[in-house]
Every structure is written in structure tokens, then in C-alpha cells.
Write a protein that binds this ligand. Structure first.
Ligand code: ASP
Length: 626
């Protein structure tokens, strides 16, 4: 048995990489595994048998996905994580008793089937085991099952809520399981790459003290320290910096982080980061190292080659795309028409702080109805534009606009020139206050990209956005905030700008984001490693020296014991997985996610706790809603 098992395992490992979904992965190179004797309830998996196994007697275990009973013949689909195998029982060939047992089986019964692998009469080329079927000698029910609340098949009839409640059943479905297998593959590839580059995986604590990263902390009361609380890490930022002070040099961790924010489709209160830090490096070294990781992942997981990841400054991204995470799968850059369109007595443009346009190439044929609908779209509160001006470039090169009354053909030709537009193009213009117009145009650009089919989830356009501003001003709070986090270092050449209140906002940081297809996948910075600069930064952010010492004394102190220059970044791992999996929702790539209200509906959490427990934690019961 042992020999048969291990030689079969090697055969499985020897298969082509694509076969990982159906059972058996290519054997990691250079890895020697001990042979583990196991008393197996099965000889093969449900994804493994092929024409070459015909004639063998095998034992499979799995869940009964469904039966089809034609009277004289009955088929069972047996499923495990590796795939699906058809079990066929025929009157006159298999015994009546066996057929009778098979007829009693319900969906999701756990079975052990022993029988002969035979050639299938009508082959199914949609599944890898489609050439064969099992003619059983024995069908054993290992455990019966209640009828599941939804169909456990690729296409299911279960709504989101139901599937979340029974997530363990949803995870049996192939598309959901494949998402988690993709995640596993990605995590292994990340570890291989980083380990190969001398990164050391270090675990940092989960019960920590608040670090200001812009979100609310989840807190945990301390029983042993009445009235005091731990915070769950929003990221291991300060710990990884301390590891650099400790000399670890290259650190990584695939780590859970917690942020108590309002949820959206792509946010979860707990999520996973690939968190990294390096010492003795410049920004250039970090970009190169992690560009390497991104390229390695694309190659390993999608077999895609990228010659290099382009870079764009924050200022250019905002100017050309109105967004610090531009989707560069398509061009459609903004044209700034503020000066071009003024002075023709069109009050909307004359009074606008900013007039921006995009060229929806080939859209001149849009009907009045389509344009009206687009106008309504930009006027939705989420987009916030007050109206939409358009101009079509006709076949003869003339331009026809919705504001012809104010603009002569000569003037309109200036518009056309600003876009370098061709016959058949449709120019879309928005006007208004600067920030609002930029944001609205960014949304319109993405929408037009979507409508024109330019945002194919299987096309990948990675991009580094660099030179982020160090600080951003909050009108609401009347003070500056760190745009990345307070540990980010200003660009040395911009340091003088910090001295003048008029220029402070222009200071750039050694900070960078990795953007793929308009999604911010990761970000980081070169850190401050000098106590005085860090103390100055805290003071710019409105901390008194005492407050800075109370909150970050440990880091400031550490900087006095030989802190090397260092920097790093973190990737949002769930997001990276969803992107590689071609989905917008990170939830699909998390085994047990929370819903939009931050609830785990399966285990029913959060939940009240007993008075006694509250008392033990020194939390007054009166203030806790029950
Ligand atoms: N800690 C940062 C974050 O979570 C990433 C970094 O700067 O390394 O965004």
C-alpha cells in the first residue's frame, strides 16, 4: 500500500501546473518529503482518475453531489476537493441491493465507494475525470447528511446571506474552493520569493497598543489591568521598524490586521497583509525588490511576464487621471480645458475653477438617449457633477457640441486639438470646483472605460505611484495629518518646505503605492530613523512632546540605540488574491469573512457576554447594550 501510494503521489506531482486545481500539485523543486504511512480510507482522490487507470480497483471517498436515476441506470457524482468522479450503477450488472442502497442516498452524504475504473461510454471533456467512471462493488455511507439549504454545485441557488450562514457548505463549492486554493498558492509563492531573498518571517504580537494609521482601533479589555485596554494592530508598523533596529535587516510576515472602519465590498474589519521591511536601503531598492515579487507572482500564478512596472508621480496621476490609483489598462487621460474654453460667455465654464475633458474615442455615435443617461449618471450624488457638456467629432472633422450656441466652429476646433481627437470621437467635459471636478471626471473616465470594455479583469496593468505628499490638511480638524503614516520620511530635498506654513503642504514623502488595475494593492515608505526628525514630525502632526513620548516613547528611544536607515511596505493580501482571481470582492477570497455590518453570521459574532465576564473585565454592565 505504501509503495503504491507514494509512487502514485509522485505521478500526481509530475503533472502539468494547471492540474493543481484537480488534485496533485507539481512537486516543489528540491523538496524531499518523508514517506508517511497512512491507513487510508481511499486509494485515490475524486479528481485523479484518467483513462490510464482503467481496469484498476480503487476506493474513493467524498460527498454525493447528486444522483441521476433513469430506472435501469443510476449515476452518482462523487465530489471531494480534487474534483468529481462519476459512479455508475446499472441494473443487471451491479446487484439489486447495491442499486437499492444508491437510491437511498441523499445529497451531501459522505460515501466510500470501492469499484473498478472503466471507460465511460459517453465521455465528458469538461471535467478531467470525464474519460472514466467507477462501477462500484461496494458503496458505504460514512455519514448521512441533512439536505443542505442550497445547491452545492458551481451554480447555486443560495443567496449571499444563506451562503454566509453555512459558509462551511459554500466552501465545498468548486469556485469558492478554487479562490482559497489560489490564495494558498499565492501565499506559498510569496514565502518562496521572500525566503529566497533572505527575508525572515517574524511574528509580532496581536495584543498591542494603539498605532495611529488613520483608522479606529479594535480594543480588548485587560482583566489583569483593570480599566486598561490592548489594541489589535492596524498593522505591525512599529514592530517591524523595531526589528530593523534589532538588526533583522529583511523582515516579512503574512499577518492579520484589524481596522474598525465602516465596511464596503472590498473592506473587512480583519484582513491580511504581506508586511515587509528592509534596512540599509533606498526607495529604489524597495521598489526593485517588490516589483520582483509582483512579477514573480504574475509569472507563477498567471504565467504572465511583465518587463517592468512603470512609475508615475502622484502629481502626474492626479493631473492625468484625477486619482492616486489610476486604472492604466486604458489611456483616456484628462485634458485640462480651463483656459481653452473661457471667454465665450458660457457662464458655467467662465465661472469654473477647473474644466476637464476626456475623449471617449469611437463614441460619437452615442444617441441622445445614451448621452442623457450619462448626464443623469454624472449628476448622481455619488459622482456630484452639475451637468455634462459633450462634443462629437463628425466624419468630416467638424465638431458638434451641446453648447454650440456659445462656441463657434473655430473655438470647437481648439477643443478638438486639445484632445488630438479623430472623427468618431466623443469629448466629455465637466466643470466646477477643482477637487470635485477632478473626482467626478475620474469616476466618469472609469465608467466610460467600463462601458467601452477597456477594463478586462484578465488584463493586468501594475503601476508604482511615487512621490506622495507627506501631509494632508484636514479642514474639519484644522490640522495636518500624515498621508501615509507618521513614520514616513520627507524627501530630503523637500525638508526646507516643512519650515514654512505656506509650503508645508507641498513637502513630498519617500512614499509609494503599488496600484494594479485601479486598485491600491500595497503601499509603503522610507521611514524616519532619526529621533529628532521623528519628534519634529510628531510635533507637525499636533502632538506635544509629552504626548509623543507617552505614545511612541519606545520607538523614539529605540532610535537612539543605532537605528539603521530602513523602509518597507505592505500589500493587502486579500485584495491581491481577488485581483488575481478576477473578482472585485475580497470576501470571496477569505475563508470565513464578515458581512457588511461586520458580523460573522455563521458563528453569530459579535455577541453579548455574560455579566460575570464583564465584571471580571471591570466593565460596568450598565453601559453595555444587551
Ligand atoms: N503599515 C503600512 C500600512 O499598513 C504599510 C507600510 O508602510 O509598510 O499601510
Amino acid at each position: 500500500m505504501l509503495r503504491a501510494f507514494s509512487s502514485r503521489l509522485c505521478a500526481v506531482w509530475g503533472r502539468e501546473p494547471e492540474s493543481w486545481r484537480y488534485g496533485g500539485r507539481p512537486r516543489p523543486q528540491g523538496l524531499t518529503l518523508p514517506e508517511i504511512p497512512i491507513a487510508m480510507l481511499r486509494t485515490h482522490t475524486c479528481g485523479e482518475l484518467r483513462a490510464e487507470h482503467i481496469g484498476q480497483t480503487v476506493t474513493l471517498c467524498g460527498w454525493m453531489q447528486r444522483t441521476r436515476d433513469k430506472g435501469a441506470i443510476l449515476w452518482i457524482d462523487l465530489r471531494d476537493r480534487y474534483g468529481l468522479t462519476q459512479v455508475t450503477l446499472e441494473g443487471g450488472i451491479e446487484s439489486d441491493a447495491l442499486l437499492e442502497t444508491a437510491r437511498q442516498l441523499g445529497r451531501e452524504f459522505v460515501l466510500q465507494v470501492t469499484g473498478k475504473v472503466t471507460e465511460r461510454y459517453s465521455k465528458n471533456d469538461k471535467i478531467p475525470t470525464g474519460a472514466i467512471e467507477i462501477r462500484p462493488e461496494k458503496v458505504e455511507v460514512l455519514n448521512p447528511a441533512k439536505l443542505p439549504p442550497f445547491l452545492i454545485e458551481d451554480e447555486t441557488d443560495g443567496g449571499d446571506d444563506l451562503r454566509m450562514k453555512y459558509r462551511y457548505l459554500d466552501l465545498r463549492r468548486t469556485p469558492v474552493r478554487n479562490n482559497l486554493m489560489l490564495r494558498h498558492k499565492m501565499a506559498q509563492a510569496v514565502r518562496r520569493y521572500l525566503d529566497g531573498q533572505e527575508f525572515i518571517e517574524v511574528e509580532t504580537p496581536v495584543l498591542i497598543k494603539s498605532t495611529p494609521e488613520g483608522a479606529r482601533d479594535f480594543v480588548v479589555p485587560s482583566r489583569m489591568n483593570p480599566g486598561e485596554f490592548y489594541a489589535l494592530p492596524q498593522s505591525p508598523q512599529t514592530f517591524k521598524q523595531l526589528l530593523m533596529v534589532s538588526g533583522f535587516d529583511r523582515y516579512f510576515q503574512i499577518v492579520k490586521c484589524f481596522r474598525d472602519e465602516d465596511l464596503r465590498a472590498d473592506r473587512q474589519p480583519e484582513f491580511t497583509q504581506i508586511d515587509c521591511e528592509m534596512a540599509f536601503v533606498t526607495q529604489e531598492d524597495i521598489l526593485d525588490m517588490f516589483e520582483g515579487l509582483v512579477r514573480y507572482l504574475f509569472k507563477e500564478i498567471k504565467n504572465l511576464d511583465f518587463p517592468s512596472v512603470p512609475r508615475m508621480t502622484y502629481a502626474d496621476a492626479m493631473r492625468d487621471y484625477g486619482n492616486d490609483k489610476p486604472d492604466t489598462r486604458f489611456e483616456m487621460k484628462f485634458a485640462n480645458l480651463t483656459e481653452t474654453v473661457k471667454g465665450q460667455n458660457f457662464p458655467v465654464f467662465d465661472s469654473a475653477e477647473l474644466v476637464l475633458g476626456i475623449n471617449a474615442a469611437t463614441c460619437a455615435a452615442y444617441t441622445r438617449k445614451q448621452i442623457d443617461e450619462l448626464t443623469e449618471w454624472v449628476k448622481r450624488p455619488q459622482i456630484g457633477a452639475t451637468g455634462l457638456v459633450y462634443a462629437r467629432v463628425e466624419a468630416d472633422g467638424s465638431v458638434k457640441s451641446s453648447v454650440d450656441k456659445f462656441y463657434s466652429q473655430d473655438e470647437l476646433q481648439k477643443w478638438r486639438a486639445a484632445f488630438d481627437a479623430n472623427p468618431g470621437d466623443l469629448l466629455l467635459l465637466l466643470a466646477g470646483p477643482e477637487a470635485k471636478t477632478r473626482k467626478a471626471m475620474s469616476e466618469l473616465r472609469l465608467e466610460m472605460g467600463r462601458r467601452l470594455g477597456l477594463r478586462d479583469p484578465n488584463t493586468f496593468s501594475p503601476l508604482w505611484v511615487i512621490d506622495f505628499p507627506l501631509l494632508e490638511f484636514s479642514e474639519e480638524e484644522g490640522r495636518h495629518f500624515a498621508m501615509h503614516h507618521p513614520f514616513t520620511s520627507p524627501k530630503p530635498e523637500d525638508l526646507a518646505l516643512l519650515d514654512n506654513p505656506a509650503t508645508i503642504g507641498q513637502t513630498r514623502a519617500n512614499a509609494y503605492d503599488l496600484v494594479i488595475n485601479g486598485v491600491e494593492v500595497g503601499g509603503g515608505s522610507i521611514r524616519i530613523h532619526d529621533r529628532a526628525v521623528q519628534a519634529r514630525m510628531f510635533s507637525l502632526l499636533g502632538f506635544t512632546p509629552e504626548e509623543a513620548q507617552a505614545q511612541f516613547g519606545f520607538l523614539l528611544d529605540a532610535f537612539e540605540y543605532g537605528a539603521p536607515p530602513h523602509g518597507g511596505l505592505a500589500f493587502g493580501f486579500d485584495r491581491l488574491c481577488s485581483l488575481f482571481g478576477g473578482s472585485d470582492s475580497i470576501r470571496d477570497f477569505i475563508a470565513f469573512p464578515k458581512n457588511n455590518s461586520g458580523r460573522d453570521v455563521m458563528i453569530d459574532s459579535p455577541s453579548p457576554i455574560a455579566d460575570a465576564q464583564l465584571k471580571e473585565l471591570s466593565i460596568a454592565t450598565a453601559v453595555v447594550a444587551k
